[in-house]
Design a protein around this ligand. Structure first.
Ligand SMILES: *Cc1c(COP(=O)(O)O)cnc(C)c1O
Length: 366
């Protein structure tokens, strides 16, 4: 399986590591990074692991001007036996290629990308934190690097993977968040780039996020871009509701990002034989369900927070408090199960875990 050979250039100095019990999200980076180049005619070439360092790019590099870029986010975890586990990395690389396709970026070899990750994690093994709730956050991304100001697909790219030890998303365990329903700005429209993980989607979401924060809400509930009626996502997470005993999540419609966590939650819910439907959900339906006492739970799903219970929606000048603002039973069970599997504490019945298997990685590195 492991036929991929990467040039490895180890850093001569090691950075001071942050205290693993005080990690903040996305501020500290490991000693090394993976880089691979694309040149038209040659394809992807020179996969390598090098010391973490700034990039040198021409100011006219296309990524700075027209935003042709894609990214991923996934995590690796240290078990009690000091083994490093990745959670569904192939899913992320598959999605990276779907995003690539939408953004006219050449496809990468998904197996090579997972093997690169295996190597990189092995080299920076000491950076996988061991404290309760911590993990190694992994950020693969691709940028267009050709120096050219024409609006066209670039002929040159870089695929880079950086890694960051991160703390528990919520310090005191999972905690319900307050969400403002956004009815002025939209995140995505059908036919746009909502189902691709591309930088521009996040740049255009900042305004709504700022408005929500100013009125004391931590995230935005996004409605569809056409009718402003159907629920799509919450912040940069997928969303689920429990309405009268049934789990409901918006169906994938081209403007919703297909989360790996969303997919895992759906598999768990089906496995537990709880009724589930993927369908359109209007904000009016949520309002009615709340009024009738049938909106039992709501939660967001994503790699960073895993499960993020929602305690309140603010919509049309009304506060809709859910489950007394407390974490619901299903939200709790999903969180415990997913994090249990990720940490190797619970049996992985679904084949989600990929072991880093450092011996394999290190022998093929030479
Ligand atoms: C990344 C992301 C998600 C969650 O995807 P996961 O694979 O579960 O981390 C959901 N919505 C948006 C907009 C995202 O960018």
């Amino acid at each position: 399986m492991n036929d991929y050979q990467f040039e490895i250039n180890l850093s001569s100095t090691k950075k001071q590591k942050p205290a693993f019990d005080q990690l903040v999200f996305g501020r500290n980076f490991t000693d090394h990074m993976f880089v691979m180049d694309y040149t038209e005619g040659r394809g992807w070439h020179d996969p390598r692991i090098i010391p973490y360092q700034p990039l040198q790019l021409d100011p006219s590099a296309m990524v700075f001007h027209y935003g042709q870029s894609v990214f991923e986010g996934l995590k690796a975890y240290l078990t009690e036996d000091q083994e490093v586990l990745m959670f569904r990395p192939y899913k992320n690389m598959e999605r990276l290629n779907r995003s690539n396709n939408r953004l006219c970026i050449p496809a990468i070899d998904e197996e090579l990308a997972v093997q690169a990750l295996r190597q990189l994690i092995s080299v920076d093994h000491d950076w996988v934190p061991n404290e309760e709730g911590t993990s190694l956050y992994i950020r693969p991304f691709i940028i267009s690097t050709e120096p050219y100001l024409g609006v066209a697909a670039s002929h040159q790219y870089q695929f880079i993977i950086i890694m960051s030890p991160v703390g528990a998303y919520y310090k005191e365990g999972i905690n319900p968040v307050k969400i403002a329903v956004q009815s002025e700005y939209v995140r995505a429209v059908k036919g746009g780039t909502g189902n691709a993980k591309t930088g521009g989607n996040y740049a255009s979401s900042l305004k709504a996020q700022e408005v929500a924060e100013k009125s004391g809400y931590s995230q935005v509930l996004w409605l569809d871009g056409k009718e402003n009626k159907y629920v799509e996502e919450v912040g940069s997470m997928n969303i689920f509701f429990k309405i009268n005993g049934e789990i409901v999540t918006p169906e994938l419609n081209g403007s919703i990002l297909e989360g790996v966590t969303r997919n895992s939650v759906i598999e768990l819910i089906k496995h537990w034989e709880i009724p589930l439907s993927e369908r359109k959900v209007s904000i009016d339906e949520i309002y009615e369900a709340h009024k009738n006492g049938q909106l039992e739970e709501a939660f967001g799903t994503g790699t960073a927070a895993v499960i993020s219970p929602i305690g309140e929606f603010f919509w049309n000048d009304e506060k809709l408090v859910i489950n007394n603002g407390e974490t619901g039973e299903i939200s709790r069970k999903l969180y415990d199960t997913l994090t249990g599997i990720q940490k190797g504490k619970l049996e992985d019945k679904f084949g989600w875990i990929v072991k880093v298997d450092e011996e394999k990685a290190v022998t093929s590195a030479i």
